[in-house]
Design a protein around this ligand. Sequence first.
Ligand code: NAI
Ligand code: 3PY
Length: 324
Amino acid sequence: MQKPQIFIAKPIPSEVREYLEQHATCTFWEKETPVPRQELREHVAQVEGLLTAGGKITSELLDAAPKLRVVSTMSVGYNHFDIPAFRKRGVIGTHTPGVLNDTVADLVMAMMLTAGRRISELDRYVKDGHWQRGDNESLFGLDIHHKILGIIGMGGIGKAVAKRAKFGFDMSILYHNRHRNPEVEQEFCASYCSLDELLQQSDLIVLMTPLTEETRHLIGAQQFAKMKKTAIFINASRGQTVDEQALIQALQTKQIYAAGLDVFEQEPVDRDNPLLSMPNVITLPHIGSATETTRDQMAMLAAQNLIAALQGLTPPNLIPELRS
Ligand SMILES: NC(=O)C1=CN([C@@H]2O[C@H](COP(=O)(O)OP(=O)(O)OC[C@H]3O[C@@H](n4cnc5c(N)ncnc54)[C@H](O)[C@@H]3O)[C@@H](O)[C@H]2O)C=CC1
Ligand SMILES: O=C(O)C(=O)CO
């Protein structure tokens, strides 16, 4: 049987490359920079399968790809896929849930600790030679242990955060989700509540929903106004789930204490974005799942999804909205 043609639009580890080469005729994009749009269009015009990570897969791109049957993204989020366009053309879409839960949850905990205990600020303080003898109260931060944590979006990553917070830091867990989850309530003594209740009661708030039409700007001025003045707000979902101007205002007016951000409305973030000059804001370059081990696992899973779907099998991680 002839091997299918595929395009791999990002660099991948050698084991994954070998696996793909066993099952398909491959063209690899070797550069770290994203494939320019026109080049991507030219590649997808020739292939049945595409392995990608973040570039938008639009109806216009699918129109330029008459042979394309499967698009596999090396990410759990798939807001860069035009799902109705996939459905209309019968193109299969897959993603990589699960393998990154613990890694992203570790980063969320790191942001909570860094914001609460002001780690970045204090690191700078010592390195800049400001440390003097005596107890300087202006350096004190906030505890995170035994606090109330509100998780918005209690899915795979949300649960991994709840586990760490409950059993590692003795926190009480509130959550808001599309559906109640009795297992989560039992396992972590988590209490389900409305979004407003969660915002009002939580000391730390973690946003972990996918980006959808429903969650776009889910957190804006009205929501920040409901938070405690001592609240720490963490976003590791997608930048567009938060109204960034409202977040800037909430921080400038001290409506909230601090923020930890792995994602931004525009990525890479603009150098003149006011968030970058706020000492109480942790800014990371969308790095949640980026450890060597986890990225290797994501690449292999994305490859396995792609090959299974091209072979006519049900891929392990079909995008939920594309399941028949
Ligand atoms: N910063 C980073 O590097 C990473 C970011 N992400 C982002 O995190 C998101 C979540 O990932 P997972 O936990 O694996 O997904 P998941 O699908 O397991 O969990 C998402 C949860 O959000 C809930 N949800 C959806 N819409 C909601 C709404 N309107 N209100 C309240 N809850 C809602 C769902 O019911 C579900 O429980 C991804 O879609 C992605 O955008 C994921 C991995 C890495
Ligand atoms: O998986 C995702 O959705 C990411 O954002 C990167 O891991």
